[in-house]
Design a protein around this ligand. Structure first.
Ligand code: NAP
Length: 515
């Protein structure tokens, strides 16, 4: 019998066995640097002669691997082949589909250190961030497998005499899955396997900054028994093959996680009905954030400072949920700033595979330049408290940076920076703090540190975010416990890792038979 869903435990690297295992995995992955990986279409390897090169952002001269880059023709083939695979896969019983996910979870558990080590090199995750990424991927497999079994059971409808009524959740067809690089295993796994366990076939186009871990995922799903063509692994540049996939008339749905601008573009393009298209495409789009933590007058300031620093600088601030604004009430503004500054200055920026790193590099040169540019903008909009430029090393390292006295309409208080940059804003009372918090186009995560029950209840109603946290950090959503998705320009509030998620990837058919 299937045991209840439980979150995968995180690894304690203080334990010498796990510590050794991680060191060995890092060495092993490094020995495999420079390998070539194919795309996989209809279960067969394919090479195009073009490559996506994936470098280590801690040491950009080192090539982690290179992955075949798809052309427009490959994209067309992938969609067509996925429909052929869909016919059979949709008829496989839900329990058997779910079993492939449970098998994949078992394989990932066995390869946990290898997968984590690969992410340390490919995207610059520290040991604990990489371990949490693998754990979340395993959680998605275990959770969505169980959810599909639940969804396939009979669902109660109001009884009518002389009639038998039934609701069935059917798959949609062929979808395109477009994940980001920042949770290169977890989010990619969640988006792909939720679609597939619901009976759909997908074209998976991974992010170009993390194609090697994506190739490892594709291999694992093959080994777990997903039939050829159900997951068409199609690495390639979003700019080059993205529009071909999204606008393809045979694509039934698109599931996207990434930046606001790309999400909006996909949403618009998918809305245009193409000649020969037989449906309105469904789009699930989860996008960026400009997430704020409010610090109330009576907050536990040590606790708040620790939560702010973890939320702002974990993985160099490259999380959609990262805290990029602190809104502190006047009377605690100086003491909370002082505490946050002190903790921030203790952070160690270093190559991500070194265990002493608090955080590593940003993901690539483009990200590095963009974040440094925002730091320059910050110099004109607020007052620099700490950091303010590159950190030592050959990689894309940036010092943890804090600006104070930033006005709510400043660019660094409005635009997603996606790096280790934090703005401090002052509010005269709690109402104003909430107004400032809600004063951006985004609405992903938010937090309040307060001991005032009335304020917490006010924020519960009025803080316009999809994921709101009280008296804790605002990152680290757990599958099952914190279904995740944003309001406003942060997305379609799809609530990944929640019980409603598979409904987005299915269509409900009601069959009524008169007896
Ligand atoms: P991105 O630049 O928007 O890219 C996301 C994905 O879209 C990548 O696979 C990218 O491919 C692809 N893409 C780019 N242009 C495309 C096009 N014209 N058509 C189709 N696909 C296209 O975002 P990112 O830098 O990977 O990720 C960071 C962003 O994701 C941040 O904004 C972050 O807040 C957001 N995010 C949101 C969530 C959430 O749950 N709300 C979670 C994680 C991250 P290429 O890599 O080949 O360009």
């Amino acid at each position: 019998m299937l045991v209840d869903f439980r979150n995968e435990p995180l690894t304690n690297f203080q334990d010498p066995t796990f510590h050794r295992a991680m060191k060995e995995a890092l060495e092993d992955v490094r020995r495999g640097f420079g390998r070539e990986y194919p795309m996989r279409i209809d279960g067969r390897d394919r090479f195009s002669g073009h490559w996506i090169r994936s470098a280590d952002p801690s040491r950009p001269k080192e090539l982690v691997g290179q992955v075949a880059a798809a052309t427009r023709e490959d994209a067309m083939d992938a969609v067509e082949g996925a429909w052929s695979a869909f016919e059979g896969w949709a008829r496989v019983p839900a329990e058997a589909r779910a079993r492939c996910l449970f098998k994949a979870a078992a394989i990932m558990r066995r390869r946990k250190f290898h997968l984590a080590a690969l992410m340390c090199f490919e995207v610059g995750k520290t040991w604990s961030e990489a371990d949490a990424d693998v754990a979340e991927a395993i959680d998605f497999l275990e959770f969505y497998g169980r959810e599909m079994i639940r969804l396939a059971r009979s669902h109660p409808l109001t009884r009518i005499q002389g009639e038998d009524n039934e609701v069935i959740y059917e798959p949609l067809g062929v979808g395109v899955v477009i994940p980001p690089w920042n949770f290169p295993l977890a989010i990619l796994t969640g988006m792909t396997v939720s679609s597939v366990v619901a009976g759909n076939a997908v074209v998976l186009k991974p992010a170009s900054a993390s194609p090697v871990i994506a190739a490892e995922f594709a291999k694992i799903m093959d080994e777990a028994g997903i039939p050829p063509g159900v997951i068409q692994f199609l690495p390639g540049s979003g700019g080059e093959i993205g529009d071909v996939l999204v606008s393809h008339p045979q694509v039934r749905f698109v599931t996207f996680t990434g930046s606001r601008d790309v999400g909006v573009h996909i949403y618009e393009l998918a809305a245009k009905v193409q000649p020969g298209q037989k449906w309105l495409k469904r789009v699930i789009a989860e996008m960026g954030g400009k997430d704020a933590i409010i610090v109330d007058s009576d907050a536990d300031l040590d606790d708040a400072a620790a939560g702010i620093v973890t939320s702002a600088f974990g993985f160099a601030g490259q999380k959609c949920s990262a805290c990029s604004r602190v809104i502190a009430l006047e009377d605690v503004y100086e003491p909370i700033l002082e505490r946050v500054k002190a903790l921030t200055e203790r952070l160690k920026v270093a190559p991500a595979d070194l265990e002493e790193a608090s955080y590593g590099p940003v993901v690539d040169r483009a990200a590095y330049e963009k974040v440094l540019q925002y730091i320059e903008i910050g110099q004109t909009e607020g007052q620099l408290v700490t950091g303010g430029g590159p950190a030592e090393g050959d990689g894309y390292f940036i010092k943890p940076t804090i600006f104070r006295d930033v006005p709510p309409d400043a660019r660094i208080a409005q635009e997603e920076i996606f790096g280790p940059v934090l703005a401090f804003l002052k509010a005269k009372d709690f109402d104003e703090a909430l107004r400032i918090a809600n004063g951006t186009q985004y609405g992903l995560t938010g937090g309040v540190y307060s001991r005032n029950r009335a304020h917490l209840e006010q924020a519960r109603r009025a803080f316009e975010v999809g994921n709101l946290y009280f008296n804790r950090k605002i990152t680290g959503a757990l599958v099952g416990a914190h279904p995740f998705g944003g309001f406003h320009m942060s997305g379609t509030d799809s609530k990944a890792g929640g019980q409603d998620y598979l409904l987005l990837l299915t269509q409900a058919k009601v069959v009524s038979e008169r007896f």
